[in-house]
Each structure stands twice: as C-alpha cells, then as structure tokens.
Design a protein around this ligand. Sequence first.
Ligand SMILES: [Zn+2]
Ligand SMILES: [Zn+2]
Length: 300
Amino acid sequence: MRRIAFVAVATLLALDARPLAQPRSRVVMLGTGTPNADPDRYGPSVAVVVDNASYLVDFGVGVVRRAAAAERAGIKALAAPNLTLAFATHLHSDHTLGLADLILTPWILERATPLTLYGPRGLRAMTNHLVDAYADDLRIRTRGGEPKHQHDPRLVHVHEITPGVVYRDERVTVTAFAVKHGAWEQAFGYRFQTPDRTIVISGDTGPDSHLEDQCQRCDVLVHEVYSEAGFSKRPPEWQAYHSRYHTSSRQLGAIAARAKPGLLVLYHQLIWSSTEDELLKEVRSAYDGKVVSAHDLDVY
Ligand SMILES: [Zn+2]
Ligand SMILES: [Zn+2]
C-alpha cells in the first residue's frame, strides 16, 4: 500500500514538471557573428526549432558544426540529417559561406532528403556554382567506394522568393518581408508563426525597414545591431557604409519601443572598440523592455 502511494506521488511530480518546462518552439543562435573573424562568433545563422523540426535562417561559416554542438546539448532537431530546410536573408558572404557545408556535410552524414532553400535572386546560381565546384568530390564520394548515399546532393531545391508567405507546414508559417540593406536589390527578414510563438528575424538591415510592422508584440525579435560608441571611432568611409547598411543601438532601441517584442535578442553585433555592456546600455537608453545580447548556442 505504501509503495503504491509513493509511485502515485512520483508520477504526479513528473507530470507537473513536464508541460511547463519546455515551449514547443525555440530560437537557437547557431552563429551571431559578422564578416569579422571573431573566433567566439561563427557566421550568422539562427535556427527556429519546433518540436523535432528545424528551420535555418542563413548559413554562415561553421553552421553545421554549431548545429552539431546544439544537438550535443540536447536539441535533436539540429542533428545533421535534420538540416533540410533553410531561408537566406541575402547573399552577403558572411551569411552564406556555410552553403557548401550545408549542401555536402549533412548529405555525407546520411540526410535522407535533399536540401530545400528559400532566398533572394542569385541563390540558385550560387548553389549551382558550389555544386559544380565540388564535382570531383561528389564523383569520388558517389563512385569511389563510400557507402551509398541517400540522395543526389546535386539536387538542391532552390526557391527564389518575393515578399509574402513563402513556406507553410503543419508547424510553421514563414513570411518573408523586404528590408533595406544598402545597395542589395533584395534582402529579407523572416517571420515565423509557430503553434506557440511569433518569432521575427531581421537579417541585416538599415534602420528604415519598419520591423515594428512585422513584430507588433511578437514573442521574440532577433535583430542585428552596431554600437554607437564603437561607431564613433570608425574611419569616416566606414561610418558612411555602416550607417547605410546597418542599425545602430539607439535606432534599434527606438524600433523595439514601437515593436514591443516579448524579448529583443541582439545578434550580428558590431561592437568594435566598445563593449557588450555598453551596447546593451545604448539600446536600453531608448527601450525599457527585455533585451539580451546573444552569444553562439544561446537558446531562447
Ligand atoms: Zn552580415
Ligand atoms: Zn549583409
């Protein structure tokens, strides 16, 4: 009798702990870097994970290894064979240097289905060039004695998109929206509507892209940023570039004050000679909501 009572209490405790612990949707910061070769920040890549499915936004350098690190930390949706779907914000090299990795490495690691990509004009040509560049590798791996692979890696489904709903399945609706990123003809941010959260990712953007229209009290706004203190010490020609292509800390504070996200996540931080604490202070001078400065492999 006493033993049955113990089991019942243990079961109740387990039931109690389970549903609150984990949201169905999580944002995993695979890479928070920029073109600068910071050894602590890999190239930009954010994974939206819903249950056992993953959706990548951008594929900067190191993307597959960062995904493997997240898998090792318990996020099974980021195991290499699950990396089947990715959305490119724009074709700047820092956001796309991992494309060959994303095409080839999970294929070698027994991904069962071909990779599918969404992104701006030029993504198809970039994909085709990379597949061509690795022609000898592909020939040796498919005919040189490696165990048989599950699909032909030359087959990548590429969708060159325009703003609007670009993808939908039973877990997410993904909407692409145009952002202003200097001279790029096409650059996108993405909004993910999942069963339990709305997640907005800016990609690289100047300050006039109306991110507040996309977020509107969204749960998580992941946004690029540069430090105003660091900027003030940059050479004038670089200042002209940064102010046209990117969003300063105080500009972002003002955007977030209008967008009212549940959580503002800073990534692609250009800090230069300043500090992360200073960067956060600058954002907070214009925004009193919750804000964090992300590092690689943070999960929100
Ligand atoms: Zn960038
Ligand atoms: Zn860029």
